[in-house]
Design a protein around this ligand. Structure first.
Ligand SMILES: *Cc1c(COP(=O)(O)O)cnc(C)c1O
Length: 398
């Protein structure tokens, strides 16, 4: 037998974390890393945040899981809090981002079905999109690396270039249900939706009776310095998938919708055994306790600006490696020079400089720190990046 017990689907690196302290991770061998990856934008409060830890421990001892057969005071309370702080009127809780996307797709199709238009099932999505790994989510992207070998996929998707409004509008026909788009693409390379593009999609939805589904699994929940990335655009979606930061490390996701968009989601249409259990709801409450505190989002914005301007100053000194900075708030991408392989630079920064980053598409390295970082972490990140770039020799230059 050569297969490993843990199914070998990830190219795991040599870091084997066993403990976390704030913005740092400690590996099995005792090495310490500055964590500017935050579990891919998940650990919004860093590692071991006392309020989150205490809340989870207390809830685990009180009531962990009961199923959705029973009334849920915990689910109602968190849903009401999310509704009060977003565009949404109603929330379905999931255990992951891809399930939130799945619920969003079902909600959109069901809306048109309930309105007497079952033929309106096609969802227009975008090149380079990442919506997760369920069959629905991989059907919603046209990236071959996620789809190959899993066909036949779910029919009813069409793909347009991201930030190309005209191309998206040209795909609308009598069978279209709506658009699904990451307000800021994460995995695809930290590509920020342009104002014309995002507001243009909204306008088209209003004109054609379509639904705008935002996937803010990565860019939502405070990541960009606002609670939701759509707030930067002055628009609101009809349906939105969130996850990652929502549980800050506890597996949790949610599909948010307006009352109108959720009109087809009646009793029996959807469900999840674990979804919204009391333990997850406690974690979600603890995260909001911290995030909705006065000054939390302002810190994200301030640290994001500091990090971005420091990165911009860094680039000219290391222009054999870095090309430009992109992103919003603490969802930043460092675009590398053509020929510099992001995974190679990420490995170098990690192994030789104790800095954790994440590779993304379009030759970009993502910087996704915990949202609680302070000046000193920004400075340390810049020092490490600078040191890493100074001695980095791209393999292609050898
Ligand atoms: C991570 C991510 C997902 C999938 O979330 P999982 O929790 O891995 O299922 C979906 N959409 C976006 C934009 C993401 O970044």
């Amino acid at each position: 037998m050569t297969i490993t017990a843990l199914m070998p689907v990830y190219p795991r690196c040599g870091v084997r974390p066993v403990r976390g302290e704030g913005c740092y991770l400690i590996s099995e061998d005792g090495s310490r890393y500055l964590d500017m990856a935050a579990g891919i934008a998940v650990n919004a409060l860093g590692h071991g945040h006392p309020h989150l830890v205490k809340t989870i421990a207390e809830q685990a001892a009180t009531l962990m899981h009961v199923s959705n057969l029973y009334g849920s005071p915990q689910g109602e309370a968190l849903a009401e809090r999310i509704v009060a702080n977003s565009f949404a009127d109603t929330v379905f809780f999931t255990n992951s981002g891809t399930e939130a996307v799945e619920c969003a797709i079902k909600t959109a199709r069901r809306f048109h079905y309930a309105a007497g238009n079952p033929e309106r099932s096609k969802i227009i999505t975008f090149n380079n999109a990442f919506h997760g790994r369920t069959m629905g989510a991989i059907s919603a992207t046209n990236q071959p690396k996620m789809r190959d070998g899993f066909e036949p996929l779910l029919p009813g998707f069409a793909y347009a270039p991201f930030n190309d409004l005209d191309a998206a509008l040209a795909l609308i026909d009598d069978t279209t249900a709506g658009f699904m788009v990451e307000t800021i693409q994460g995995e695809g390379g930290v590509s920020v939706g342009t104002p014309e593009f995002i507001t243009g999609l909204r306008k088209a939805c209003d004109e054609h009776g379509l639904l705008l589904i935002l996937d803010e699994v990565q860019c939502g929940y405070g990541r960009t310095g606002k609670m939701w990335a759509y707030e930067h655009y002055g628009i609101e979606p009809d349906i939105m998938a969130v996850a990652k930061g929502i549980g800050a490390g506890f597996p949790l996701g949610a599909c948010l919708a307006t009352e109108r968009a959720a009109s087809g989601m009646v009793i029996g249409t959807h469900g999840s055994t674990y979804g919204g259990n009391p333990l997850a709801m406690a974690a979600g409450q603890a995260v909001l306790d911290v995030m909705l505190e006065e000054g939390f989002l302002a810190n994200v914005e301030a640290m994001g600006e500091r990090l971005r301007s420091a990165l911009e100053q860094l680039i000219p000194n290391h222009d054999h490696v870095f090309e430009s900075v992109r992103g919003k708030g603490l969802m930043l991408g460092l675009k590398l020079k053509a020929g510099v392989e992001p995974r190679e630079f990420v490995a170098h920064a990690r192994d030789n400089h104790g800095l954790l980053l994440v590779a993304a598409g379009e030759n970009v390295v993502r910087i996704l720190p915990p949202l609680v970082i302070e000046d000193a972490h920004v400075a340390e990140c810049i020092d490490k990046l600078s040191a890493a770039a100074r001695v980095f020799v791209p393999a292609s230059d050898d």
